[in-house]
Design a protein. Structure first.
Length: 157
């Protein structure tokens, strides 16, 4: 039960880190290109369902699969999590109404913040998996998770 609650904490912290990453990347792109993006208001709608039903189960499955094969390397796990994050990015764009994907579509200014979102979730989830194996760091990770969640909620208001 403690493990389940811990992974809920990791999931919430990683989601809110994704929100902060999205907003930060969007601010950077706003500064560089001088234009505002219209999809920031719908961020929760575009990402929450795919994160909850696709990303979290895949992250946990990959984590335990790597543990099973004794390949629980931090960077390998993080890289796989980032690659898995491409799937919900496409789902978000499908929900926005984009149906056709071309090679130039993958590097548009609309897609880059979503990459930042799911890369942020991957990094924090990977750190949470790593902290789970080191008991002295686990408490600090939980405290940091709460701070990340509070700051993201404040930013969303």
């Amino acid at each position: 039960m403690k493990q389940f609650l811990y992974f809920i904490t990791v999931s919430v912290a990683s989601y809110f880190t994704g929100v902060i990453s999205y907003m930060g990347m969007q601010l950077l792109l706003d500064f560089i290109y001088g234009q505002s993006f219209e999809y920031a208001e719908n961020l929760i709608y575009l990402t929450a369902a795919s994160f909850l039903f696709i990303v979290i189960p895949l992250y946990i499955f990959i984590h335990y699969l790597l543990l099973h094969f004794n390949r629980s390397y931090f960077w390998l796990r993080t890289l796989i999590f980032i690659i898995v994050g491409i799937i919900p990015t496409f789902i978000a764009f499908f929900l926005m109404g984009f149906m056709m994907y071309t090679s130039s579509f993958f590097k548009t200014t609309i897609m880059i913040p979503f990459y930042a979102f799911f890369a942020g979730t991957a990094i924090v989830f990977s750190i949470g998996c790593w902290a789970n194996n080191i008991k002295s760091i686990k408490t600090y990770y939980i405290i940091l998770s709460v701070l990340i969640s509070i700051s993201a909620i404040i930013l969303l208001k």
